[in-house]
Design a protein around this ligand. Structure first.
Ligand code: NAG
Ligand code: NAG
Ligand code: NAG
Ligand code: NAG
Ligand code: NAG
Length: 442
């Protein structure tokens, strides 16, 4: 540790030591020795300055040899003493220096020694302190380890305890659950039995209800049948009543006004305002004609009478229809007449208007009348045969008011039913059809 730096320090020290001693007159000499440099400051002695070595005097032959030895001797002696002095001085200096160097070295070594000691002391102190710290640390570590192990043990115990508790609770819950299960299972069975009973009851009741429903349906059907029968009965009773009044009226009318009216307009003009049956006198006709059917019910005047009536003057035709719901509609023709038998009772009707369809359901003018025994239609089929009645058929055509009346319960299409096509299509099921004529100028 000591070597290089200590030597440098030493050199500096030497300089500082020498400095104050020879500050007055100096002559410096520097000596380099390895990394160290030595500076010597020498005092300058003027009086002992040596004369510069002269070049050897040239040989003089004329100088006497007796004078010369005294001067040369002197000079030699001076030189000797100076040399001695210098030698002495050098020795002194050397010793001085040696002493100084020794003391400095020693001082230095001492200082280094003390410093090393101090450092060693410090080192030992540090070592002891660190040992202390280490000890403390190990203590703490052991304590921590101890705590950790204790905590671990506690944890173990705790987990043991919890598992025991868990097992206990599970057991308890299982017991409770099985008890509840059996309890509710019994209740559920009871409920299911009750439900079955209720279901059976419900089935029986619904069966009863359906039976009752069937009975109700039958009785309503019976009641509608009864109602219809009743309606028919009342209808026939009314017809009978009408007949009776008619029978009562006829003799009086025959007596009072012997068939002087041309038509119903004539009757109205005479002041009779009530609806009813009246006798009329047709032109060029003498015999009493009653037409077909009952004048107070189902009745057809007959084409001969219609022809005679409608050819005597200009007549209009009104067709009135009523359906099952009671809706009444009409088709009106401003001009109407029927030809005579030799023209096959051909139809003539124009000036159509009305509410029973937007177009006329009668065949066009000139269509002859067809019956079962007189087929005047334009169909290879026999419309009157199919339609079971007489009418102005073309290729059977859109109308037949002389068709069969079918009660409401018949829903299928009947080719021989009453038909007024542009009002209700192929099956009309009208409850009333009327063809009325009156003078066209009314
Ligand atoms: C470590 O813990 C035990 C108990 O578990 C105790 O007896 C002992 O004194 C403890 N040691 C220290 C150094 O704390
Ligand atoms: C309906 O009337 C007939 C007799 O007209 C009868 O035999 C039948 O039992 C009645 N039906 C019902 C459900 O009343
Ligand atoms: C009624 O008879 C007369 C003559 O007998 C005849 O000129 C007239 O055309 C006839 N009227 C009708 C409607 O047949
Ligand atoms: C009337 O009908 C018959 C057939 O039934 C026919 O022979 C006759 O030519 C028809 N008369 C007229 C005027 O169309
Ligand atoms: C020749 C010379 O310088 N001699 C001197 C040597 O030293 C002594 C004492 O220091 C002097 O007295 C001399 O003169």
């Amino acid at each position: 540790m000591i070597p290089r730096r200590a030597l440098v320090l030493l050199a500096c020290h030497l300089v500082s030591l020498l400095g104050p001693v020879m500050a007055t007159e100096r002559q410096r000499h520097r000596v380099q020795h390895g990394p160290c440099s030595f500076t010597f400051v020498l005092p300058e002695v003027d009086h002992c300055r040596l004369p510069s070595p002269d070049p050897p005097p040239p040989p003089e032959q004329d100088v006497p040899p007796q004078d010369k030895p005294s001067w040369q001797e002197r000079k030699l002696e001076n030189l000797k003493s100076a040399t001695e002095n210098n030698t002495l001085w050098l020795q002194k200096l050397e010793s001085y220096i040696q002493e100084n160097v020794r003391t400095g070295m020693e001082e230095k070594r001492n200082a280094v020694h003390t410093q090393t000691e101090a450092m060693l002391l410090m080192g030992t102190n540090l070592l002891s302190q660190s040992a202390e710290q280490t000890r403390k640390l190990t203590d703490v570590e052991t304590q921590v380890l101890n705590q950790t192990s204790r905590l671990e043990i506690q944890l173990l115990e705790y987990s043991l305890f919890t598992s025991r508790l868990e097992k206990h609770i599970l057991h308890f819950l299982e017991q409770r659950f099985s008890a509840l299960e059996s309890h509710y299972g019994r209740e559920l069975q009871g409920l299911q039995k009750e439900k079955r009973q209720l279901q059976e009851l419900l089935d029986r009741q619904s069966h009863l209800v359906s039976q009752l429903q069937g009975e109700v349906d039958g009785s309503t059907a019976n009641s509608t049948l009864l109602q219809r029968q009743q309606a028919l009965l009342t209808n026939s009773v009314q017809q009978l009543l009408a007949l009776v009044t008619h029978c009562n009226e006829i003799p009086t009318a025959a007596q009072e006004e012997p068939a002087s009216f041309r038509d119903c307009a004539d009757v109205l003009r005479s002041g009779v305002k009530d609806s009813g049956m009246h006798s009329i006198r047709l032109p060029n006709s003498t015999q009493m004609v009653k037409g077909f059917g009952d004048p107070s019910g189902e009745h057809w005047l007959g084409n001969d009478i219609i022809h005679q009536l409608t050819s005597s003057q200009d007549y209009s035709l009104q067709v009135q229809l009523r359906d099952r719901e009671g809706n009444e509609v009409h088709s009106h023709y401003d001009h109407f007449h029927v030809d005579a038998e030799d023209a096959n009772y051909s139809l003539h009707a124009d000036g159509f208007s009305g509410t029973a369809g937007r177009t006329s359901s009668l065949t066009h003018s000139g269509t002859p009348f067809s019956t079962k025994d007189r087929d005047n239609d334009r169909c290879t089929c026999q419309c009157a045969q199919i339609a079971s009645g007489g009418w102005w058929f073309e290729a059977c055509g859109p109308s037949n008011l002389n068709g069969m009346y079918y009660p409401a319960s018949f829903t299928t299409v009947r080719y021989n039913g009453i038909k007024w096509y542009y009002w209700k299509g192929p099956t009309l099921m009208a409850t009333m059809t009327t063809m009325m004529v009156r003078p066209a100028n009314l």
